[in-house]
Write a protein that binds this ligand. Structure first.
Ligand code: MRU
Length: 372
């Protein structure tokens, strides 16, 4: 499979450069292209929380670099103290945003790697006298710092390949001429490159399919209008932005071949957490017999949760709803409820596309098989 390289250099979401983590500030797109550099894990957690970087795969990779930075920052002289510093940093990073499991997946992956390494080194150090052991612990910590950075870089690279594989598998579901509806932003900005649902659209376009995407604007943060439209324009993919409430009308009045969305966490029974409004889209899609496809890397599957009811849903500031571009739009004191995600029950999902292939219902059984 050949992938046309359309330069993403103009807006690479996450980069490790000169010993720093560089993030594209997505809050300012499409008006301004601003990169911010990070050298501490506290700053990285704050960038995730304030949505400088967002999208499940992107925040997973960012958190991995956050932990690598925590390792560099640690002044611990013993392996046990080093591990304790990493644990504390990991907890801080994982608390930044609760719904996307990719964040805790990436942090746990790096912490497990460090814990294994420390366990092995500790055995090797037993029997050395105190001063020899101190020198060796110092060397072991220095090596582990490098290992954690290399692993974060490997996750960064792997994310691109995973999204390309996912996009390629999904082509079995996309006709040669297709019109789709997409929610939120799931593209190169939400990952390292390509992305999930938008990755599918991009691969279809690269393969010469006549694909047109209706992009839900995605209130309240407008990831569809600002970010997805920005990406579509950059890649020359035909698209039209609609308000979220227009998707039913569009399905009723046009031939829509599929709804494509990404996701932040999938429970073992196939229930899907994704950007608020996804559930509405899925119900309307079912009412119009439009297939509803969810795309995610396997790191988004959370087989520890029996159903979507167990997924923690992030609630964000009321000002995301009461204000638009700093301008208040609701009466003073208006009560607001602002869940950032919702749960789409598995029964509305026609297929889940991953880098390992397409999963169909019954999800409980088939997701388990996929993960084995
Ligand atoms: O709040 P956001 O912008 O981080 O939400 C993003 C989404 O809901 C995406 O659909 C999801 O993370 C998948 S991104 C490939």
């Amino acid at each position: 499979m050949k992938f046309w390289v359309i330069s993403m250099d103009a807006f690479r979401s996450i980069e490790w450069t000169d010993g720093k983590l560089r993030l594209l500030d997505q809050r300012q797109l499409p008006i301004k292209t601003t990169y911010r550099d990070y050298i501490s894990y506290i700053e990285v957690a704050s960038a995730i929380r304030s949505m400088v970087v967002r999208g499940a795969p992107a925040i997973g990779v960012t958190a991995a670099f956050g932990l690598a930075l925590a390792a560099q920052q640690s002044e611990a002289l013993t392996l046990a103290a080093f591990l304790a510093d990493l644990q504390a940093a990991g907890e801080h990073l994982m608390a930044a945003r609760p719904t996307a499991v990719n964040l805790s997946w990436a942090v746990s992956h790096l912490l497990a790697l460090a814990a294994d390494d420390v366990a092995q080194k500790t055995v090797a150090l037993e029997g050395l006298d105190e001063s020899a052991s101190e020198v060796s612990e110092g060397e072991a910590i220095a090596r582990l710092k490098q290992t954690l950075l290399s692993e974060a870089q490997a996750l960064h690279q792997a994310d691109i390949e995973i999204c390309q594989q996912l996009g390629t598998h999904a082509q079995a579901l996309i006709p040669d001429a297709a019109t789709v509806i997409h929610h939120c932003n799931t593209g190169a900005l939400a990952a390292v490159d390509y992305g999930t649902a938008i990755g599918i659209i991009r691969v279809a376009h690269e393969q010469g399919k006549q694909i047109h995407a209706f992009l839900d604007e995605t209130r309240p943060r407008l990831q569809g209008a600002s970010l997805s439209a920005y990406e579509m324009q950059a890649f020359g993919i035909p698209h039209t932005v609609i308000v979220d409430g227009a998707s039913g009308y569009v399905m009723r009045t046009r031939k829509i071949d599929a709804c494509l969305v990404g996701c932040d966490r999938v429970a073992a029974n196939g229930d899907v957490a994704n950007k608020i409004g996804t559930y509405n889209l899925a119900v309307v899609a079912r009412a119009h017999n439009v297939p509803f496809y969810v795309a995610c890397p396997t790191s988004t599957l959370d087989m520890t949760l029996a159903s979507g009811d167990e997924i923690e849903i992030e609630e964000r500031a009321a000002t995301e709803i009461t204000h638009v571009k700093g301008q208040q739009i609701t009466p003073d004191g208006t009560p607001v409820f602002n869940p950032a995600f919702d749960i789409t029950p598995a029964e509305y999902v026609n297929a889940i596309v991953t880098e390992k292939g397409i999963v169909y219902p019954p999800y409980q059984e088939n997701l388990e098989k996929l993960m084995r």
